[in-house]
Design a protein around this ligand. Structure first.
Ligand code: ADP
Length: 174
């Protein structure tokens, strides 16, 4: 699998599936979630509402993932996952790793071969970028998946730089 990095907006990515840093209600929010629903249009929210009325009555638990249409986005699917809120006194990194693993598992079920991820939990949920980047890169590179490209889409230059520094270390190790 290739791990690639771009600085930009995840809603413009031409990939099979885009991962959404959703909240457990699945009914939309700010940040990436707001951008995906805003640009993808109402079809995504309609499908989220159907999930809430059927298989996901209690919402989506932290660390899990579920797919919907991508509406008007260039992608075919949105894979919604709920990152953990950062808690300084508690190690929630297994949940953040789970978001990445579960998103790739759902991608495999869909037959998606190219998947774009945002930096899950690093916005409103407060996770320090370098630690989130380490967890994301370690988890994705260790995953057994048929996905051929995982593209991390970083919103600003600082986030891009943080991922880029780490990916160099990964490259040197392998
Ligand atoms: P969370 O609630 O999981 O922290 P956020 O959406 O608040 O999710 O933020 C996650 C990351 O996504 C942050 O680093 C934020 O800067 C970034 N982000 C926000 N909008 C976009 C976008 N349109 N494309 C890519 N990344 C984005």
């Amino acid at each position: 699998m290739d791990i690639t990095l771009v600085q930009g907006d995840i809603t413009t990515q031409e990939v099979d599936a885009v991962v959404n840093a959703a909240n457990s209600s699945l009914l939309g929010g700010a940040g990436v979630d707001g951008a995906i629903h805003g640009r993808g249009g109402p079809e995504i929210l309609e499908e989220c509402r159907r999930l809430r009325a059927s298989s996901h009555r209690g919402g989506l638990p932290t660390g899990q993932a579920v797919a919907t249409t991508a509406g008007r986005l260039p992608a075919r699917w949105v894979i919604h996952t709920v990152g953990p809120v950062y808690a300084p006194g508690e190690d929630r990194s297994a949940l953040l790793a789970s978001c990445h693993r579960e998103s790739l598992r759902v991608a495999d079920e869909l037959g998606a071969r190219t998947v774009a991820f945002p930096a899950i939990s690093t916005g409103i949920f407060g996770w320090p970028m370098a630690d989130a980047a380490r967890i994301a890169l370690e988890t994705v590179s260790a995953a057994e998946t048929s996905v051929v490209e995982v593209r991390f889409v970083l919103f600003d230059a600082t986030a891009y730089g943080t991922f880029n520094d780490l990916i160099m270390k990964f490259a040197r190790k392998s």
